[in-house]
Design a binder for this molecule. Structure first.
Ligand code: CDP
Length: 229
């Protein structure tokens, strides 16, 4: 089967990364979690107290940031590295979640991340999830999926995930953060979260992991088949 580019966009905690990982494993594709890149940049900005009101300071900070993904044998997925430091756990922290949408809205930050993301897709055989992947990063992708899930399902999923690491977290805190990020991501000036016109919607509120994978694989086969002809 010819290798294609698969984009998965959608609101927070819809299960985009889960589906992206499933597809990458099944198809032997590269999986890129673009949100992890914005989270790592945010961690750097927070640690270094970067003044986000100054374009000059933002550009200077970005020149000091090197992002990479490295496969972790133990977890079976790639970890995010910021300047050679494994920051996979740190970037999932609430402090990063509270600031990431502000940092990700900056024009300079978007240009920095999008350029690297586009390079990763040059050889195709990639599945990338995020907010603007089907619209800005890979507008010509062969398969674009826009994922949705009912808001209460999303809050519960994310709460469960975070509670395992931090039992002090409350469901209200998680709900507030998802609502705030979804609003900011959808209303920002550069590359807002939008469903691409040619994206297929996948609502996974009532789907099992196996069902969502089966649905997406059917689409991959259909899209790849049209390429061969
Ligand atoms: O896992 P979750 O869906 O909650 O978020 P994420 O994919 O880790 O992304 C974290 C944040 O990064 C989002 O809320 C956006 O503000 C930003 N982001 C973005 O602006 N563009 C992307 N392509 C991916 C993430």
């Amino acid at each position: 089967m010819k290798k294609i580019i698969i984009t998965i966009d959608g609101f927070s905690s819809c299960g985009k990364s889960t589906l992206a990982k499933q597809l990458a494993k099944e198809l032997n594709y590269v999986f890129v979690d673009s949100g992890a890149m914005y989270r790592a940049i945010t961690l750097y900005f927070l640690r270094n107290h970067v003044n986000t009101d100054s374009s000059e300071d933002v550009i200077k900070a970005l020149t000091n940031i090197e992002l990479s993904f490295e496969y972790n044998d133990r977890t079976g997925k790639s970890d995010m590295y910021l300047n050679d430091e494994n920051v996979e756990a740190l970037i999932r922290d609430m402090l990063v979640s509270e600031n990431v949408s502000t940092i990700a809205a900056l024009k300079e930050v978007r240009e920095f991340a999008v350029e690297q993301q586009q390079k990763m897709g040059e050889k195709k055989g990639i599945v990338m999830d995020g907010r603007d992947i089907g619209t800005t990063v890979f507008p010509n992708a062969e398969l674009k999926i826009f994922m949705t899930a009912d808001p209460h399902v999303r809050v519960e999923r994310r709460f469960k995930e975070l509670y395992e690491k931090n039992p002090d977290i409350t469901i209200e805190e998680v709900k507030r953060n998802l609502e705030m990020r979804d609003y900011m991501d959808s209303n920002r000036e550069f590359s807002p979260l939008r469903q691409a016109e040619d994206a297929i919607v996948l609502n996974n509120s009532n789907l099992t992991m196996a069902e969502q994978l089966k649905t997406a694989l059917k689409w991959v086969k259909e899209r790849s088949a049209t390429l061969i002809m």
